[in-house]
Design a protein around this ligand. Sequence first.
Ligand code: HEC
Length: 445
Amino acid sequence: MRAIPVFLVVAGLTTAGVAMGASSSAPTFDRDVLPILEKNCQSCHRPGEIAPMSLLSYTDARPWAKAIKNAVATRKMPPWFADPNYGHFANDRRLSQADIDTLVGWVDGGAVEGEAKDKPAPATFQDGWQIKPDMVIEMPTPFLIPATGTINYQYIRVKGSFPEDVWVSAAEMRPSNPAVLHHGKVWVVPPGSKWMADATPGMPYEGRETGRNDAADGNDILGKFNPGLGAQSFDIGGSAKFVPKGSDLVFELHYTAIGKETSDQSKLGLVLAKHAPVTRYFLSSGPTASNLLIPAGDSNAEVVSEVTVGLDDAKLVYVQPHMHLRGKDFELRAIYPTGESETLFKGVFDFNWQLGYDFAKPIPLPKGTRLIAISHFDNSANNKFNPDPTKDVRWGPQNWDEMSNAFVGLIFSANDDAAKLFKRSGPSLLPAGRPGPTLASLTGH
Ligand code: HEC
């Protein structure tokens, strides 16, 4: 899903960087640092957003100077986990080396404020919708969030209002309380889908993570909320998402407690395409390792899963790896019908950030291409997030179970049948709890 940038560029705003040659004076906050924070940090680091502190002003940022230096020098911030050696991404958040040098230079030079006349205009953030929705669908009642404790994923089925088939060219999911919604998704549940079929509309359910994205069920994700993500466009050369008439929606919500009791009532805004497009944008769960078995204590268990492309003209536009608390890293590799192989994405996995990556250019996946996911898990006692290093772990919906799959966004002919997009193949044909074969035997190396 292509993110529509949250940050509105203010006229005349440029990243000054260190004034080369002009003077050797250390970077100042007003002249050099603030433009970088506006462009790269404030979407999350401002009041009411997900980050723990604001970086809007010198007063806000100064106490965090050392932490900022450390966070940017180690590339912990902004959050971004793709290995730069593979793939190019339209939503790449990484700072340039020049920006890192400026921030580090500012801290090393005493974190001075500088002169107010050098300040860029404040960044303006659009409050309210970033799209002009033709249709808005809201959770019928607010969900109550306790002050403390872990909150499992919540699934709430909401009656759709789709008397006709529609095509959606952009979507935006908006929590009423962004401070508590860690991330969220809104799924399309077409008539006849088995997922959440028994759910009473408006009621929150837990443990419904499986079965959401069986191709035959046609469940697709319409809207997503991630801190700093903003609205999403499905228009890649004219493509749009398909919602069959009579569909319902399921809101999937990952809330975090913030120390006081509060509530959230999220909604989804949709921009409808004026007419049926030539290409369809579809999100699939891609290679899925429902057979996985991760041995107790193993600090680097490798899990391999596979699908084979069944359509003629599919192109990959998006990848979002999904694992749970033992997940370490994730790679997506294509083995083309010619036998050539290519790593399309490789990255560290961090459960707290369910990030997605938009390919800068759609990647053609000819029919017969095998998409292989290779993931590693740390099921040892050294993993501080590991719920229990003494247990063998199998596929399952709860955080103490594991998953290895990736939501993959594809565009293909609007006349094609999404159910034919992928066939499970290789190790993904094995029954639950039966691991193997290994990557080496799959790729012949
Ligand atoms: C997508 C949202 C997002 C963006 C963009 C972002 N941050 Fe953060 N930042 C967070 C969140 C959430 C936390 C707290 C959780 C954590 O530390 O991972 C955080 C934590 C931090 C911390 C504390 C780290 C620590 O070690 O405790 C610093 C410092 C920081 N951010 C600086 C920055 C700077 C500087 C930028 C821009 C160059 C930036 N962040 C961009 C969301 C963001």
